[in-house]
Design a protein around this ligand. Structure first.
Ligand SMILES: Nc1ncnc2c1ncn2[C@@H]1O[C@H](COP(=O)(O)OP(=O)(O)O)[C@@H](O)[C@H]1O
Ligand SMILES: [Mg+2]
Length: 355
């Protein structure tokens, strides 16, 4: 799936990883493996994450996209230490978030992550001005007054809102409030910044500016950034877009430069094939396969490095039926059309595995 997007020239930041996890680059900063989250309601279990495999390099800027209810917030909340995983593995830096104690989890939330919510009212204290909002996390961490002031000055400059230090949140635009929220999240210099739909309440221009700012913060402070978003053009602001579907990572996409037109970039989308060989076919392909008879079984064929998947009809029924010489599958009078797998299969080798 190749989509052309206008080449507005995203240049990966200096803090951006030279290579992505699994490509022989640095050890991942975030590593999720077969991660499950099951919410238990009265007599009902909701499986929000069903085997997420995801590695994020230190200094990477990553966007998570997916339909509502696909598990994006659950994944982000686990990385934030706000929600406990049910099974699997999740490591952030040196911390194992599955086996972490409550005490350590509090420290993790305080020191290692900054979080930006969609609703800016949730990010800022309404009766504190911008400067005091920026200094609040430092006051909680018992940083002395002089150092608090130094850090808030630094943040005001980095955020480009020096002139708004004395304003209260209600006196700021939505975009400005989210700028301050990013500053609050970064006040304690956490190595990881998480943002759940940070531009959900903003117009397109203000949203673009927030993504731009997140990139600048990544370059200025080396912070790893993971954001959930519905913003259609987010690929130009990030190193990688991860698509989540039904609680699993289904695809990843990147912007790649093309030589077809100078400055143009192409968004290339790859299916993710996990360690167990599982992949999720794109929804539109499944629809197409259904129309050509897919009921639940498919036949896969590997030829010259390409996998072809064909609906298998109902092989159990034909196996039970008396075998007539011309019902052989090879002589099927109306064979289902081959499905052209345009998506490139993309598989990260397991550690130590030959490539
Ligand atoms: N606290 C919770 N209790 C029960 N079910 C939940 C809870 N949080 C999320 N879910 C369910 O988990 C699934 C994923 O939700 P969520 O992570 O919020 O998705 P997204 O952010 O992609 O919209 C949904 O089916 C949702 O209803
Ligand atoms: Mg959500």
């Amino acid at each position: 799936m190749v989509r052309e997007t206008p080449g507005s020239g995203f240049a990966p930041g200096s803090a951006a990883p030279e290579s992505l996890p699994g490509e022989g680059g640095p050890a991942p900063y975030v590593a999720c493996s077969d991660l499950f989250k099951i919410f238990k309601l009265a007599d009902l279990e909701v499986v929000a994450l069903r085997g997420v495999d995801l590695e994020i390099a230190p200094g990477e800027v990553l966007a998570i996209v997916g339909a509502s209810g696909s598990g994006k917030t659950t994944l982000l909340n686990i990385l934030a230490g706000l929600e406990r995983p049910s099974a699997g593995q999740v490591r952030v830096g040196a911390r194992d978030l599955l086996h972490i104690s409550e005490r350590e989890l509090v420290l993790y939330r305080r020191q290692d992550v900054g979080f930006v919510w969609q609703a800016s009212s949730r990010n800022l204290v309404p009766y504190l001005n911008v400067r005091d909002n920026l200094e609040l996390p430092l006051a909680i961490a018992r940083v002395n007054r002089a150092r608090r002031r130094q850090r808030s000055e630094e943040l005001l400059t980095a955020l480009g809102i020096e002139d708004k230090a004395r304003r209260f949140p209600a006196q700021l635009s939505g975009g400005e409030q989210q700028r301050v929220a990013i500053g609050v999240a970064l006040a304690n210099r956490p190595p990881l910044l998480l943002a759940d739909e940070p531009t959900g309440e903003l117009d397109t221009q203000a949203a673009g500016e927030i993504f731009q700012l997140l990139g600048e913060m990544n370059r200025a402070f080396g912070v790893t950034v993971v954001m959930v978003t519905h913003y259609p053009g987010v690929a130009q602001y990030v190193n990688r877009v991860v698509h989540i579907r039904d609680g699993r990572i289904s695809a990843e996409s990147f912007l790649q430069s093309t030589f077809r037109r100078s400055g143009a970039t192409v968004q290339q989308e790859y299916l993710v094939v996990d360690r167990a060989g599982r992949l999720q076919l794109p929804r539109e392909y499944i629809e197409q396969l259904r129309r050509s008879g897919l009921s639940g079984l498919a036949a896969a064929d590997l030829t010259e490095g390409q996998v072809t998947i064909k609906p298998a009809g109902n092989p159990a029924a034909s196996a039970a039926a008396p075998v007539a010489p011309d019902t052989d599958a090879d002589h099927d009078p109306d064979p289902p059309a081959d499905v052209d797998l345009q998506h490139q299969l993309f598989r990260r080798p397991a550690p130590g595995e030959e490539r």
